[in-house]
Design a protein around this ligand. Structure first.
Ligand code: F6P
Length: 563
């Protein structure tokens, strides 16, 4: 393991103890957002921040001036700023893998070449060398200069990857659909369940399809299985259509024209049969779930164009700069991470909702699940010692208003505190009116109404005043004091999406730092992978089956009886 100072136990800091006492005092006095707003005319102003082109309203959180001060004290006691600087400068803060954590270098401008030398490498120069190659490649595909084996322009991409090699690109592709202007669409295959591939390939013309295989390690079972199958599909289809004769030479030419790859393991890409000229690399200091702004975003560059991808990177960088250069007390990014600690460790929150009021962000919560939960779902700290507090809340969510008609009931009247982030934009790509009513305003009215209802609730007297029969008054009351953060932007642009992703990357980092955990490894996914390798032969092999536990054996018997 790399030598990084042992984590400071947050629970033994003075700030943690002060926060415990403070929380007890708030509970005893009564947490009352309505009263806190009434008592402090400056509350919204004090808890509102602008970062990049996003506006943050933290005022509907369960905090007072004292809470914010104590949370910042805690951040300083655990040396958050020092660890942030260590991360940005390329120290090996990923101790269990002995790696630097430098996703922030992926969005540093070319003008910063030569300013970040890590492990002997000019990291920014390396990043821009690959970016330039990807931009040139994407322009060739978009313009039609890059042709399939029969000379046709590429109209469809198929991107094969899983986890960090899939969730980011899919999410961003969906989010930025209004900016896809080259007449090229993309389908993403991730699951080893053959149904995924079968559905995604339906109706595709291989002559106009380009496949991008994305895998950091180029060893992932799902991705390599899908990649081999899609290669077979491509070659068989082209042969059936008379486009190639099936000879080794023509097969190789077809693969060269229809397959490219993204990986840190370029030698494995070549062994798969992909021309190194058509491979785009990245580095082991980019974690999978932090990689959408690396070559892993190649499908986005082709679909959106280099200029928009550049704006996407600039959005990330704007938040990186803000996070690094804004004092903690005014730093919306750091404060959102600290608020999450406040709710998890001092209110016992087990989950955190992210509720985009923007249909284009419908995959954003799924993306955040990997980012946050693979990062902070840990039971040991970065020196191998046990954690000293709860870690890793469950992130989840769906776009509003759909969620309102599904699970918001629990948010409003359930017995657990679920902090929620609401994300909305003032402008929409698809303005609409209904009977003279601006439909986007109808939508945004719901965004504001929900955060208001959650914060301020509805008293029994207010319910009675509506003439509600007494026996159902309790059921119609809302306690309020349900914490929310509102993130409001102008328009969901590539820049704004980059900002949002960087925001949650840093929120994850802040939480992980307080908990003392290495947010950049993911050993918890390994055991299942190993066991799957051992178990799969047991479907047919009695000796392998006999080695399994009783429950697994019984399930295998069910399988055998039904196949
Ligand atoms: O199994 C988890 C994981 O390692 C993720 O962290 C990663 O994003 C995903 O698998 C895919 O890995 P790769 O890009 O190496 O195929």
């Amino acid at each position: 393991m790399a030598t990084v100072a042992a984590p400071i136990d947050a629970t033994s800091t003075a700030a943690w103890k002060a926060l415990e006492a403070h929380q007890e005092k708030l509970e005893a006095e009564g947490i009352d957002l309505k009263a806190w707003f009434a008592a402090d005319a400056d509350r919204v102003n004090k808890l509102s921040f602008d970062a990049g082109d996003l506006h943050f309203d933290l005022s509907k959180n369960l905090v007072t001036d004292e809470t914010v001060k104590l949370l910042c004290d805690l951040a300083r006691e655990v040396k958050l700023e020092e660890r942030r600087d260590a991360m940005f400068s390329g120290e090996h803060i990923n101790t269990t893998e002995d790696r630097a954590v430098l996703h922030t270098a992926l969005r540093r401008p070319a003008s910063e070449k030569g300013q970040l030398i890590v492990d002997g490498q000019d990291v920014v120069a390396d990043v821009h060398e690959v970016l330039d190659r990807m931009y040139a490649f994407a322009e060739r595909v978009r313009s039609g200069e890059w042709k399939g084996v029969t000379g046709k322009k590429i109209e469809h991409l198929v991107s094969i990857g899983i986890g960090g090699s899939d969730l980011g690109p899919v999410m961003a592709y969906e989010a930025l659909r209004p900016y896809a202007d080259a007449g090229i669409d993309c389908r993403y295959i991730s699951n080893i369940d053959p149904n995924d591939q079968a559905e995604k390939l339906k109706g595709l013309d291989p002559e106009t399809t380009l496949v991008i295989i994305v895998s950091k390690t180029f060893t992932t079972l799902e991705t390599l299985t899908n990649a081999r199958e899609v290669k077979t599909w491509m070659l068989e289809q082209l042969k059936a259509q008379g486009a190639i004769d099936g000879s080794d030479e023509q097969n190789a030419e077809a693969v060269a024209k229809h397959f490219v790859a993204v990986s840190t393991a370029l030698e494995k890409v070549e062994a798969f049969g992909i021309d190194p000229a058509n491979a785009f690399g990245f580095w082991n200091w980019v974690g999978g779930r932090y990689s959408v702004d690396s070559a892993v975003g190649l499908s986005l560059i082709v679909v959106l164009g280099p200029e928009r991808f550049q704006q996407f990177l600039e959005g990330f960088h704007a938040i990186d700069e803000y996070f690094c250069n804004t004092p903690l007390e005014n730093n919306a990014v750091a404060l959102m991470g600290l608020l999450n600690v406040w709710y998890v460790n001092f209110f016992g929150s087990k989950s955190h909702a992210v509720l985009p009021y923007c249909q284009y962000l419908h995959r954003f919560p799924a993306y955040l699940q990997q980012l946050t939960m693979e990062s902070n779902g840990k039971h040991v700290r970065w020196d191998g010692s046990a954690v000293t507090s709860d870690t890793g809340e469950i992130f989840w969510g769906e776009p509003g208003t759909n969620g309102q008609h599904a699970f918001y009931q629990l948010l409003h009247q359930g017995t657990v505190v679920v902090p929620a982030d609401f994300i909305a934009f003032a402008n929409t790509a698809n303005p609409a009116t209904d009977s003279g009513q601006d439909v986007h305003e109808l939508f945004l009215g719901n965004f504001l109404a929900q955060t208001k209802a959650l914060a301020f609730g509805k008293t029994a007297d207010e319910v009675r005043a509506e003439g509600t029969p007494e026996q159902i008054v309790p059921a119609r009351c809302f306690e309020g004091n349900r914490p929310t953060t509102s993130i409001f932007g102008d328009t969901l642009t590539p820049f704004a999406l980059g900002e949002l992703i960087a925001l949650y990357e840093h929120i994850t980092f802040v939480e992980g730092t307080v908990w003392g955990i290495d947010s950049y490894d993911q050993w918890g996914v390994e055991l299942g992978k190993q066991l799957a390798k051992q178990i799969t032969p047991a479907f047919h092999d009695d000796a392998a089956k006999a080695e399994q536990d009783a429950s697994t054996q019984a399930l295998i018997e069910f399988y055998r009886a039904h196949r």
